[in-house]
Design a protein around this ligand. Structure first.
Ligand SMILES: [Zn+2]
Length: 659
């Protein structure tokens, strides 16, 4: 007679082992944190147990593996929906994260996520976030198994001022948690496009040094792949391979846009994949080639991705979607059958996390990570058993996460009869509500100010500069060119470019205007040699006039690192105006000061004649006042008549902008 701690009897046991053994009725024996026996009902007579439980015919199967998530983002669930990935991430998630994410935020968000995941039958999740030690603490306190990846990015993050800091934090985190019974520490370079080659190399080296997994995002969008081809001359997988990334035990989320060669490269490297169908559909990233991945032999798990992009952590829903989506896009209803989908959510998921010898199936020697699912509710009825796959179909196509009654992880009950044993649902909901109110206040204030919105995505501080300028209309450039060639001025530099300006206008004119400018530098031969994009927020109105000279204030100027489309969707202007100019510009020294002399031909809207603009930019109002007098003298020297002064920006623009 053998003894065990817990004997689970009278269950429909789905082992999800390599041969898909199932036992109805079956038993599972658990001692300590491990499964010691799995088999037919008769096995029960071989064991004496400290605790015996009659499962009442429920399905007993491995706990589900959520192969990719950002657990603390439960606190950002529903914050911003129906947006494009870049606007969603750079315009909302990252600015809010910079403001609010702290160890407290992460602990609470993870606890909330754990409660939700336990309720839906998840016993293991792969995470990637900031302050990952707080994720690990909360997961361990909840009794869940977790692969926790400390994020490393090329930008400053809520928990690190630089990539060196976050890499050091990752090392410290791995050292502190390696060997924990529930937590597998990992390093998470966020994605190739948010990391430099040095970061990818350093993260890989760190993962190899400690023999821990490396959890990252790869090829999530077509844009990412196109950019990789353009910048590196190759798609994403060969690029990261070149940076030694695949030398680590990789868990790669998404992999939506990959060719077969890339999938084979990942397979040869022993990488695991997390398929996130809800997130990929919601953000319109595409559909990962899951059937092809499985054919290549890759271990493909299923993940919910972060609750801010899904918006739930329901692995039953995710598994259901994975199975039907593969059929829908292939036009083949036999693609990704239920049994295979359930394997992805269990055994294959564990392997993708490099935890295949620990969890993912009910086999002696593995940890006791298991769940009981009640198939008696009417949405599961009736049950057919003529086909051995009927039970898998019932779980994947009909059952819901609310049918999970009991959950055990590492030999410890986390939920019994739908009552959580390690977490308090009501308190978590209250505390999450407090955060939501604070974040709401922050966003409402930000949305009221164009400047605040700009600062939020620029990652730059407000820089105020003053511009003194004078504009006149000319019918010919001859006198100006003659003066520029003369003795009284010294030309320091000459450039010729094409300017494409898009102005964003807002209902409240006090907000100012955002200008997106693309400059094409044109060589003497007429070829475009360089393109530069800049973003400027100009003050709502002129500050002061000095005779003919106008003093205006520019509150913010930065290189425009995103596309015009991004800024349009982020700022949501009430109207837009486009201006196209051919500009010749001279930087001249006059009376010991430097000025820009611009000669513009306005192409859009098509305006007759030429515009001469003299201006200087300074950082103080005092300086601006000094230069205002000199500008009028310079105008006379250039032979232009003050009688044709344009008092505002180009007349047409001024008209349309209401200045
Ligand atoms: Zn993700």
């Amino acid at each position: 007679m053998n003894s065990c701690d817990i004997l689970l009897t009278n269950a429909s046991v789905l082992t999800m082992d390599d041969d898909f053994h199932d036992f109805t009725p079956g038993v599972v024996a658990v001692t300590g944190d491990r499964i010691v026996a799995v088999g037919v009902a008769a096995l029960a007579s071989e064991y004496t147990a400290a605790q015996q439980m009659d499962c009442g015919g429920q399905v007993l199967m491995p706990g589900l593996i959520n192969a990719h998530t950002h657990a603390p983002m439960t606190l950002l669930r529903g914050l911003a929906d129906d947006l494009r990935l870049d606007v969603w991430l750079l315009g909302y998630m990252m600015p809010v994260e910079r403001e609010f994410v702290s160890p407290d935020f992460v602990r609470l968000g993870t606890s909330l996520a754990c409660a939700e995941m336990i309720r839906s039958g998840v016993t293991t999740f792969a995470d990637m976030y900031y302050f990952e030690a707080a994720v690990a603490e909360a997961a361990a306190a909840a009794g869940m198994r977790a692969l926790c990846g400390q994020t490393v990015l090329k930008f400053p993050t809520p928990d690190a001022g630089s990539f060196e800091d976050s890499l050091a934090a990752a090392r410290e985190f791995i050292q502190a948690w390696k060997g924990h019974p529930l937590i597998v520490p990992a390093v998470s370079p966020h994605a190739p496009y948010t990391c430099t080659p040095e970061i990818l190399q350093a993260c890989s080296a760190l993962a190899v040094e400690f023999d821990v997994p490396l959890h990252t995002h790869l090829s999530e969008t077509l844009l990412e792949v196109e950019n990789s081809r353009r910048e590196h001359g190759m798609p994403v997988v060969p690029w990261v391979k070149k940076q030694s990334l695949l030398e680590a035990k990789v868990l790669a989320a998404h992999c939506v846009h990959m060719d077969e060669g890339e999938l084979r490269t990942l397979h040869n490297a022993g990488a695991g994949i997390a398929h996130n169908p809800s997130s990929n559909l919601k953000l319109a990233s595409g559909v990962a080639p899951v059937v092809q991945m499985l054919q290549v032999g890759l271990n493909v798990g299923i993940g919910t991705d972060g609750p801010a992009s899904n918006n739930d952590l329901d692995m039953f829903a995710e598994m259901h979607l994975a199975a039907i989506l593969a059929k829908g896009i292939s036009g083949d209803p036999t693609a990704l059958p239920a049994r295979q989908a359930l394997a992805m959510a269990t055994r294959q998921g564990a392997r993708a996390l490099h935890l295949g010898d620990v969890s993912g199936s009910l086999e002696p020697g593995k940890r006791a990570d298991l769940i009981l699912v009640d198939l008696s509710p009417l949405h599961n009825s009736p049950a057919f058993r003529h086909d051995p796959n009927g039970l898998y179909g019932q779980i994947v196509y009909a059952a819901k996460s609310t049918d999970v009654r009991s959950v055990m992880c590492n030999g410890r009950w986390l939920m019994q009869d739908r009552r959580l044993l390690t977490l308090d649902d009501a308190n978590l909901v209250l505390a999450a509500g407090d955060y939501a109110r604070r974040i709401d206040t922050f966003l409402i204030q930000r949305e009221e100010s164009v400047l605040q919105k700009l600062v939020a995505i620029g990652g730059a501080v407000e820089a105020e500069s003053f511009e003194v300028q004078l504009k006149v209309k000319l019918s010919t450039d001859a006198p100006v060119l003659e003066a520029l060639a003369g003795q009284e001025l010294r030309v320091i530099r000459t450039v010729h470019y094409h300017e494409y300006d898009t102005y964003f206008l807002f209902d409240d004119a006090e907000q100012g205007r955002v200008r997106f400018r693309e400059d094409e530098f044109v060589s003497a031969a007429g070829a475009v040699t360089q393109v530069r994009t800049r973003l400027t927020l100009t003050g709502p109105r002129r500050e002061r006039e000095y005779g003919l000279v106008l003093l205006s204030r520019s509150r913010f100027m930065a290189p425009a690192v995103q596309t015009l489309r991004f800024y349009r969707e982020y700022f949501k202007p009430s109207a837009e105006r486009e201006i196209e100019k051919d500009r010749r510009r001279w930087l001249v020294a006059f009376e010991g000061e430097e000025f820009f002399v611009n000669l513009d031909r306005v192409i859009k809207p098509a305006l007759p004649g030429l515009y001469l603009e003299i201006k200087a930019r300074t950082w103080s109002r005092r300086d601006a006042e000094d230069k205002a007098g000199l500008i009028t003298q310079l105008l006379a020297l250039l032979g232009a008549s003050a009688g044709t002064t344009v008092r505002e920006e180009y007349v047409e623009l001024a008209a349309v902008t209401g200045d």
